[in-house]
Design a binder for this molecule. Sequence first.
Ligand code: OXD
Ligand code: MN
Length: 601
Amino acid sequence: MIEDNSGFELKCDHVGLKRWIDTMVRMCKPDKLEWIDGSEEQKQRLVREAATAGEVTILNQEKLPGCLYHRTSVDDVARTEELTFICTARLEDAGPTNNWMSPDEGYRRAGEIFKGSMRGRTMYVIPFSMGPIGSPFSKIGIELTDSIYVVLNMLIMTRVGKRVLDHLGSDGEFTRCLHGTADRNIHKRLILHFPQDNTIWSVGSGYGGNVLLGKKCLSLRIASYIAEKEGWMAEHMFILGIEEPDGRISYVSGAFPSACGKTNLAMLVPPEGLKEKGYRIWTVSDDIAWMRIDTDGALWATNPEVGIFGVVPGTNLKTNLNAMKTIGKNTIYTNTLLKLDGTVWWEGGDEPPPSNGVDWKGMPWKPGTTDDNGVPVFGAHPNSRFTAPLSQCPTASFRLDQPHGVQISAILFGGRRAYLTPLVYQSFDWPHGVYVGATMHSERTAAQRGKVGEIRWDPMAMIPFCGYNMADYFGHWLSVGRKLDHQPSIFHINWFRQDENGDYLWPGFGENLRVMEWILSRCRGEVEAVETPIGYVPRPEDIDMTGLELPEGAMEKLLEVDNEAWLEEFKVHKKVLDKFGDRLPEELWRQHEKFGERLNR
Ligand code: OXD
Ligand code: MN
């Protein structure tokens, strides 16, 4: 094995781990190897090295202490789902919603790109834990990467370093994560998951969602596969605690597709009108929830991450005050506009556009800049991101490190629909809730490549993230429900319904607490609701509107269930469920039939 040049004595007596690193070194041929020990000293040295190499820019340290800036390649700005594969021995185990490649072909094709790709570079070894070290929830990964940007992001997003290795011991199980930037060529980019080998290979990309392998790759794709085997759940969900004046905190988790407001909801600021009720919000997770049934028969959840990888454009003091308070220090900004004073700017922020700057592509930019076709050029990419420690968020939960997590009272599914889906409705029971999640549709956002705005079927917001056949995943949801003595209630929300002029009917953001309040009252059986074919919808008077005026008739429109339109949607449900053939659990067809009967009644 080649020598570690870090100067940090990281003793590793895990033979399997050393052998694997050795094999990867022989394939990628880095000049040097460096173990990441999680120390501040090492991090500072890596920042200096990355700055010298031009991999990051150190931002204005007076205005943005500890902050860095990075640009990805122009064609590497979002998750590339078409290049993301589940490599199981049999195609049917990946299922109809995943791209599939055989493990042999995956290792061969990616291996060709990895081969010798780290010559002249350093391979960093990052031992990381998803979840509190030693908690029954947690899983360990080792990421090998030739990117300091990845190292610096992983240091924010996960628990990294020597303490993880110590916990791994000499024979602990870990996910083998290999990342190489190679030449960042989209034609030589592959994001491969080998669930049966507990292995991830990602090559040719530098975009967070493709390369911070603890996040989507391990915590969702690989973890969902492991979770099904071990009887727990790995979900694309935020976790939010709502504290009432009597000190009682209820926790809610929720799955919305990427860039549909999970981060905003997870750290919402109570609206003025509800302030005197004394609510306090606790953020446990903004993106991922690992959930398991505890000995009390209830569902408990934890956030495997410790950082936030959030969308920047549109973030401002009004839309997300707590995010703004989180990202003022120790934050990595990726693909925003870089101002001449060494700070950053983005569309939909608080500041007016600067008169000059450098855009996310590295080109000079000023307000009104257009491309060759006269189309306005964004200063910041619509999917530009911040990476920040969750602990810096004013609402960060005091239970982030609790080994057994928090108890979940309600689960939300949600999306972005200009029409059809009401502001909120409650499913009749757990199996109906699973049907609601399995058939949910939402408009496409900038977080994935493709046409923004198009309606996309995204069951449980997991379509890009489920590491196995989704028919089995739905079956797993049903089976968890059967095992729970205290099932959380399942709801569906839509903050994005519009009127006939295309104006949003609901103000969203902090005001969403009004809906959360109704949800919690329903969980406790404290409030009546209207039974409709899709589920229970609030009576307008049951949503506390103190301090919020909506235009005449808006609430009725927000809560309207249009039977005709749902009959059309019902046909779409059949189409998507049909994709699974015989593998779909019978129960979902039963739910589908019952839904049809209710609509036709
Ligand atoms: C994310 C995503 O970055 O879902 O969280 O794309
Ligand atoms: Mn996400």
